[in-house]
Each structure stands twice: as C-alpha cells, then as structure tokens.
Design a protein around this ligand. Structure first.
Ligand code: CMC
Length: 429
C-alpha cells in the first residue's frame, strides 16, 4: 500500500518523509500521521484535501461522474437491483444470493414496527414542527427502547441495530408525516415491498386503503437507492465522528440526521422547491440567474453544483429518467413549477457561468420534483433522504467499529488571544 514516499521540506528543519498510500482506484494519498513528531500539523478547513478514514464501501470520481457502491456503478444498481438488495450490499460487501436476499428481506420485515410507547413521544412536539426536528428526536429516542442491541463491541448487536434502523426508518418517517397531518398513524404491512409499505403508511388511512401504484413504488425505491450512500459527506462524517466516541448507533444516526438537515446538504431538495416558489414564474428566471451569479448576493441556485461532482452527478441522470416516468404516470404535463424547473435546467446547462464552474443539476434537483409529484410535502423531502441514507451511515459506522479506530479529534489553527490576566470589573472597557 505504501511503497512511494513524499518529502516535506520545512525551512530550518530536517526534511520529513511521508508515506504515499495507494487505494484500489482514485488518487494517491499522502499519509501525514508522521507529522506530529515535528510538532506541526496540517490545516484543511472543509476537508478539501483530507481523507479522514480508509473505506471499502463507496467510491466517487467526481471529475468523471462515477459513483460505485462496493464496485457496482450506481446506474446498474438503480436499473438491476432494488433498495433492500443495495442495503445488503452496503452492509455486507457483496450482493446477496437469492437465499440470502430472502432471509435479509424477511429479517428487515420482522423489525418494521416500533415500540408502541414511542408513539407517545410525538405528542410532545407541536404539529407544525419541522419533520426533521421530530426525526432527530424520535430516532435518538430509539436508544431508550432497544437496550438489548446497544453493546457496540458486540458484532451481533451492531448487526441487529443496523437492521432495526433500516427497518424502522420508513415507519418513523411516515409517523412524523401522519402526526403533522393529524391523521392516525398507520402500522407497517409486511406483505408489501419496502417502498410500497412506505407509501402505504404515508398515504393510506385506516378508513381507506388504496393500492399503491407500481410506477410510484419503483420511483420511490429508486430514490432510496440513489440516496443510499455517498462516502464521507458531512452527515456520514458526523456519524463516524459521533461513533468514534463510543456513542450508540441510534444516537449516531440522530447526529447524522441533524447534519443532513442543512440546505447545503440534504436540505437542498426542499430548498429547490422553495426556490421555485420564490422565483414564481418563468418571466423572473433572468433576474434570479443574475442574482445567482452576483458575488454580493447570497442567493444560490438550489439543486445545482456539488462538492465532488465537477461533471454530471450520475444520480441526477437516473433521477431525471425516473422523473419523466413519474410525471407520465401521473399525467402531469403542464405544471408551471415543473416548466420553471426545466427552463432553469436548460439555462444552467448552456450558460457559461454554470458551465465554467461545472454547476450541473444534482440529485436533489430532480428528486424534489418527483417527490412533489408523488404528493409528498416539501418539508418531508429531507426526511426521505435521511430514511434512504440511514443504511449508508450505519454501514460506515459498522465499518469503522470493525477495525481499530481512534476517537475523531481534529486540531485547530488558534488565532485568538495569547494568555492574559482577568482585569477587575471597574477597569474593563
Ligand atoms: N448557484 C450559483 N453559484 C454557485 C452554486 C449555485 N448553486 N454553487 C456553487 N456556485 C459557485 C460559487 O459561488 C463559486 O463561484 P466562484 O468560483 O466564482 O467563487 C463556484 O461556483 C464554486 O462553488 P463552491 O461554493 O466553492 O463549491 P463547493 O464545492 O464549496 O459547494 C455546494 C458545493 C453543493 C455546497 C454548492 O454548489 C451549493 O451550495 N449548491 C446548492 C445547494 C445544493 O444543491 N446542495 C445539494 C448537494 S447534492 C446533495 C448532497 O450530496 O448533499
């Protein structure tokens, strides 16, 4: 792994030799761990040049628009696999055999219900609370219910917690929605697929059970697959960091949900719809494009650009195809907001400002449109992202815990006061 070396020349000090590590694919990595002996360390806010861990789960080549889970391209997973199979792959490293798949699906289904007492937690929240606020609370609260799987040193406990999280997230997400609507919460139905069951718990009521459209269930499943993992993004890094202190898995996932909430991360799909609302009409597009380009204006085109994809986001390509299928199934042809979205997409793909900066539509641009068409309110969009990403978070958590690791503790470049004495109150200005 480390046959090449880099040499660091520090003025007035002996050169430092640093090993260069080589991954399976992707750029080489300079191992700076040996730097501590020099009394110096590196400065990299935003982690633009820093790998925080070694991982075998997901590979992204942002320049070429490639996303692989355990080596399999995301386009193939979206086309030939389903969400639970993708979950198995992320958690276990290989696609399941037919028997393993049947066993995994059945185990997940055994865990879809949540403890009945968890329902009472919801009453503590205002009905108009943001669903992500409620999710942070109720997912964290799972640690108060499932004591029997909290020993993080026990691989079996880690496995059960992972399954519980994957199985219970749709139930909790739908409960959050039903609570906000003032409707009775629906129990999961294990005769349905993962995506069908989620749509059932979201949209059916005890007095009216409608069949779930296979096209919409497939679209939902694809949304889950496309959001399942994305290597060391802000929320996954948060889960790893929280986990590195020995926190229990439910608490770690609650931390991940909080990190995902922000509009620069998972909150972007909700922000896309809010932005379309704000723009209002195609006649206002030029004004908003000018705002997006203006360095003195904080406005950004939500759903465009990505920290790692400097070419097309491969998830966006699959999502756009799914978007077309859903709109056709639902007979939506002349929705003004959609027209606005399509016009924005067209401009961003042809305007030199966006081309020069490689600001392509990302996965959230299309997922927002699909979710809206399915009838999911915008405030639930990030919850759905969290539901789907839970398997990625917990796979990274499991990976970290199954090899030697240290508590995550970044350093800082201190630029505050040097040591000083406290003046008397009457002498302070
Ligand atoms: N609209 C207008 N200009 C933009 C945008 C945008 N959406 N995104 C980046 N830029 C400009 C930015 O002003 C900068 O210009 P200049 O070089 O002239 O200073 C240049 O493009 C590079 O941007 P950056 O902010 O350095 O890029 P970053 O890698 O730090 O940020 C990002 C990536 C995703 C946070 C940012 O593109 C953004 O805020 N996009 C909108 C929010 C969004 O859609 N987020 C979802 C990401 S996909 C889901 C996920 O994986 O979480």
């Amino acid at each position: 792994m480390a046959d090449k070396k880099a040499q660091l020349i520090i003025e007035g000090a002996a050169p430092v030799e640093l090993p260069i590590l080589t991954g399976t694919v992707g750029p080489d990595v300079i191992d700076v761990r040996g730097l501590t002996v020099t009394g110096r360390f590196t400065f990299d806010p935003g982690f633009m040049s820093t790998a925080s861990c070694e991982s075998k789960i997901t590979y992204i080549d942002g320049d070429n628009g490639i996303l692989l889970h355990r080596g399999y391209p995301i386009e193939q997973l979206a086309e030939k696999s389903d969400y639970l199979e993708t979950c198995y792959l992320l958690l276990n490293g290989e696609l399941p055999t037919a028997d393993q798949k049947a066993q995994f699906v059945s185990t997940v289904k055994n865990h879809t219900m949540v403890h009945e007492q968890l329902k009472t937690f919801f009453n503590g929240f205002r009905r108009d609370a943001h669903p992500m606020a409620v999710m942070c609370g109720v997912v964290g609260a799972l640690s108060a219910f499932y004591h029997d799987s909290l020993d993080i040193k026990n691989p079996q406990h880690r496995e059960i917690s992972a399954i519980r999280l994957v199985a219970k997230m749709p139930t909790l997400a739908a409960m959050v929605y039903k609570y906000s609507m003032g409707q009775p919460m629906m129990y999961p139905r294990n005769d349905l697929s993962y995506a069908e069951n989620f749509l059932h718990m979201m949209f059916n009521t005890p007095c009216e059970i409608k069949p779930i459209s296979p096209v919409l269930a497939k679209a939902m499943d694809r949304i889950f697959i496309l959001h399942a993992d994305h290597e060391q993004n802000a929320s996954t890094s948060t889960v790893r960091l929280a986990g590195s202190s020995g926190a229990n898995p439910f608490a770690c996932i609650a931390a991940g949900i909080a990190a995902l909430w922000g509009p620069a991360h998972g909150g972007a799909n909700e922000a896309v719809l809010s932005m379309l609302d704000e723009i209002g009409d195609v006649s206002n597009i030029d004004k908003y494009i000018a705002k997006a380009k203006d360095k003195n204006d904080p406005f950004k085109l939500m759903g465009f650009g990505h920290r790692v994809y400097k070419n097309r986001d491969p998830r966006a390509t699959v999502m756009k195809q799914t978007c077309d299928e859903v709109l056709k199934e639902l007979g939506i042809t002349n929705d003004p907001q959609l027209e606005l979205a399509m016009r924005l997409e067209e401009i961003a793909l042809t305007d030199p400002y966006f081309i020069e900066r490689s600001l392509y539509p990302n996965v959230d641009f299309y997922s927002g449109i699909i979710l809206k068409a399915i009838g999911i309110p915008t405030s639930m969009f990030t919850v759905i992202f969290a539901l789907a990403r839970t398997v990625g978070w917990i796979s990274h958590w499991k990976e970290m815990l199954s090899s030697p690791y240290k508590i995550g503790r970044p350093r800082q470049l201190y630029t505050g006061y040097e040591s000083r004495d406290i003046p008397k109150l009457e002498d302070r200005k």
